[in-house]
Design a protein around this ligand. Sequence first.
Ligand code: SF4
Ligand code: SF4
Length: 67
Amino acid sequence: MGKVVINSARCKGCGLCIEVCPKNVLVPSSKNNHLGIYVVEVKNKEECIGCSRCAIICPDAAIEVYR
Ligand code: SF4
Ligand code: SF4
């Protein structure tokens, strides 16, 4: 079991993290950040296995994963 934390201020909404997550934890949100970008949010947080795929692929280091 893992815990994923999104830094919304750094997210540019590219969606790469959504694509690589094997557990569909991350989803696009209707919330935008200070740049007006629709950021990713954690939907199924209890499903996170802490694999860190999302954090590794994120080009903007906007994701931290804890295990
Ligand atoms: S990969 Fe990073 S920048 Fe891209 S949507 Fe996910 S958190 Fe945002
Ligand atoms: S750590 Fe793995 S399971 Fe958890 S949100 Fe990231 S890609 Fe999905």
